[in-house]
Design a protein around this ligand. Structure first.
Ligand code: DGY
Length: 376
């Protein structure tokens, strides 16, 4: 096995922190340096093997910042505990790649990076929605191939959303932001499924509906439906924003795809395995008016056979959160999580995360997902 090359920042720091990929920006390095950390950053773009990570962590390490592409399972946490690691932070808001229970059993706090991905991911879901519905990628290719010989009444007909119904599965931060963008921007009605009602979202759309009525326009409405199936049946565009775990694996499978309108649009910026991708290929092959916009894939980075050949699927490489501000913010939050725990500081209790993104940061860990279990 070739050892990965490492960049070392603040070599005289007394606390050793390993970071498994170069991260954007410099604020995160300032935070770790101010916390007396020697930061060892594994270079390269490929997905690291567990052996490479283990070799870099070595016999003694205090903290780790890892990636969503790595499996931080019970064996990896046992390895971290043996090395004396006192905190792990995912460089992501999602942490389905982390065995939080195993980390908790070993008293290792697990951090994540909420709050800075919300608008970026929601905006990207909107971008995919329109790329899919208005056939932007197909039309772009058509232009580049020199096939445009003149305006035609039937060229690249797509879907109009104005006044139609948008559905979301999962009405947390990102789902609600996407829903508001679609409802406000395109005067759509919203249907959603979530185990818990999002009362803030419902009140927001009710107020917006009242505003539309005051302008002599039809009110936009919001309905929380009893089942995922009900949402699938109603939605002209459906966007997934739910957590991925065993209970949501293949949430969208062949029978559910069959419930959707034949010309519906399906968007996934959450996690690939929420959709049975092989079933989606079959569905899109049989229903050319059905369209999908995918940011994430079941066997990421691989695609299921046939997916890349479908003209009615728009695909991008897991970039929904890829704005400079967001990715630098994620780095700051991950660094603050590690720095705070290593300094014995308390955990933020749901407060604003913006003060952690620049300059001198609050003396708190911004987001530790097992804080309650660990009594932090
Ligand atoms: C996350 O943070 O969970 C995202 O998937 C990264 O884009």
């Amino acid at each position: 096995m070739n050892s990965p090359s490492i960049e070392i920042v603040n070599p005289t720091g007394s606390r050793r922190v390993v970071v498994t990929k170069p991260l954007p920006g410099c604020h995160w390095l300032d935070v770790l340096t101010a916390a007396d950390c020697r930061v060892e950053i594994i270079q390269g773009t490929g997905i690291l093997s567990r052996e490479a990570i283990t070799a870099t962590v070595g016999p003694r390490c205090d903290g780790v910042i890892g990636q969503l592409t790595e499996s931080w399972d019970a064996d990896m946490f046992a390895m971290l505990a043996t090395a004396g690691v006192r905190v792990y932070s995912n460089y992501a808001v999602g942490y389905n790649n982390v065995d939080v229970e195993a980390a908790t059993a070993l008293a290792i706090p697990v951090g994540n990076t909420p709050g800075v991905l919300t608008e970026a991911t929601a905006e990207h879901a909107v971008a995919l929605t329109f790329a899919a519905s208005r056939r932007i990628v197909e039309a772009d290719r058509f232009m580049r191939e020199g096939r445009f010989i003149g305006w035609l009444p039937t060229l690249f007909l797509g879907q109009l959303f104005h006044g139609k119904t948008v559905g979301i599965i999962g009405a947390g931060r990102i789902g609600a932001a996407y829903a508001k963008m679609m409802v406000e921007g395109h005067k759509m009605d919203l249907v959603y499924y979530d185990l818990r009602p999002n009362l803030e979202l419902e009140a927001y759309i009710a107020a917006y509906g009242a505003f539309l009525t005051s302008q002599g326009l039809p009110a936009a409405t919001c309905r929380r439906l009893g089942t995922v199936d009900d949402v699938l049946r109603d939605a002209d565009v459906l966007s997934l924003h739910t957590l991925f775990d065993a209970s949501t694996h293949h949430l969208i499978h062949a029978p559910r795809l069959a419930l959707m309108k034949p010309d519906a649009i399906l968007i996934n910026t959450a996690r690939g395995p929420l959709i049975d991708e092989a079933a989606l290929v079959v569905h899109c092959q049989a229903n050319l008016d059905f369209r999908a916009g995918l940011d994430v894939f079941e066997d990421e980075p691989a695609m299921k056979p046939g997916l890349a050949d479908l003209p009615n699927v728009v695909m991008v490489p897991h970039i929904a959160s890829a704005t400079k501000w967001t990715r630098e913010g994620m780095a700051s939050l991950a660094a603050c999580n590690v720095a705070a725990i290593l300094q014995g500081l308390p955990v933020n209790q749901g407060g604003d995360i913006r003060p952690f993104l620049s300059g001198k940061v609050p003396a708190l860990a911004p987001s530790i997902v097992n804080a309650t279990e660990l009594g932090l």
